[in-house]
Design a protein around this ligand. Sequence first.
Ligand code: HEM
Length: 487
Amino acid sequence: MTQPRLTTASGIPAADHQNSLSAGPRGPLLLQDFQLIEKLQHFNRERIPERVVHAKGSGAYGTFTVTHDIRHFTKANLFGAIGRQTATFLRFSTVGGEKGSADTERDPRGFALRFYTEEGNWDLVGNNTPVFFIKDPIKFPDFIHTQKRLPDSNLKSANMMFDFWSRAPESLHQVTILFSDRGIPDGYRHMDGFGSHTYSLVNDAGERVYVKWHFKTRQGIRNLSSADAVRVAGTDPDHAQRDLFEAIAAGRFPQWEVKVQVATPRQLADWEARTGWNPFDLTKVWPHGDFPLLPVGVLELNRNPVNYHAEVEQAAFSPANVVPGMGYSPDKMLQGRLFAYHDAQLYRVGTNHQHLPVNAPRCPFHNHQRDGAMAIANGGAAPNYATIDAVGQGATGMGHGEPELPLSGNAGRFDYRGQEDDYTQPGNLFRLMSPQARQTLCDNLAGPLSQVTDEILERQLSQFDRADPDYGRGVRAALKRLGRNVD
Ligand code: HEM
């Protein structure tokens, strides 16, 4: 095989990549050694800003295959026939750690899934948990700051985390999941995924149902204990990346069963009247007994990226990317996210991040966006002003011809604190756990809680008490075993 010829980035054959151009064998070096200068300059610019959250991640390509007909719920083309396949790209991640952090931290896992459909990219940017810590996006930057580092010492801080959580009762459901025996997945293949938010599906008749998406692992759920996670963080900090990459390279393609919970607007209104829970509140689940899981298809990951930076680091997902036959919901958190992702990527990757192969749609696309840094697909000679008819889309309604959404109420900032029930669902989760699982939960919580101030501890313990008195008692007992005095 002939060796490829070394060139500069402009394709000019390079003389040598071992020796700089120097005046005599000992130098100094000559400014005209463009080869050296270009190499050093490019090296200095290798990093792009890491994601402000979910910085550490792993990605793979795959295929989604429809196994069940849901055309009565949605006109989305990708669900148009049983057996229809759509190419996908999935990026898993941890949330709080930096790009080089260990894969085995106690943290939710990101589950960001792109479907390259014939009608554009659908991004379902979810987590491995059905709920989240907060229900209003205005709290997101503050919450994330508590998961990062202190301004002065640059250290992580249990005080900071529990100060926030203890003042935000809506976080208790997700905190209970996070510190349970499911809080540290053993790699990415052995966990479920969730779209988490409520989204809409819209059928040909223009009728809306609300849905929640679920991805059930076919590899079986597997988690690490706190002790094992610490050990693996030391011996193989890239454990999840290695596990995913090596499984796919060896042809052991991981699969998830794709399922959906469905409710009509009427059913949700009745459910809210019965339970008192806002169905669009991201800190609540829709119990399976009320809204069973319906099978839709199978997701398989079967191809590793060939270049991590180009395909995984520069991947840019956005919950705003939904295709015709789908829509959003009045979930305040989702509304905040519809703005946040594209904005983050304009900064992190650049104005034309959608031109990169991993982000570009695989169907024809036409719009009037032109120019900017790194314009690759720049519309060619096509007009750059409004001549394109919105073919096939209704002029009325929202988005892709979906029905109008009735809204009402006066604009204002509404304080939900103390007004909504944030305790029953976490209490139910605790009551579902086996005695062993409850003890693990309480022990996992006691570790970081043993380090916080008395005031924060008291406030957090009262949250557990309100969810279930046995929950509070269990954490107190675990704290005492660690030598922390509590009443
Ligand atoms: C208002 C609340 C939220 C805001 C403002 C927010 C914002 C962000 C931002 C700015 C990024 C980085 C995007 C990038 O640089 O490409 C990100 C990443 C991510 N977020 Fe959120 N987020 C929120 C809530 C959530 C929730 C509730 C979930 C899951 C249900 C979630 C899942 C993810 C995932 C999986 C990623 C990583 C995507 C990837 O792999 O590239 N986020 N978020």
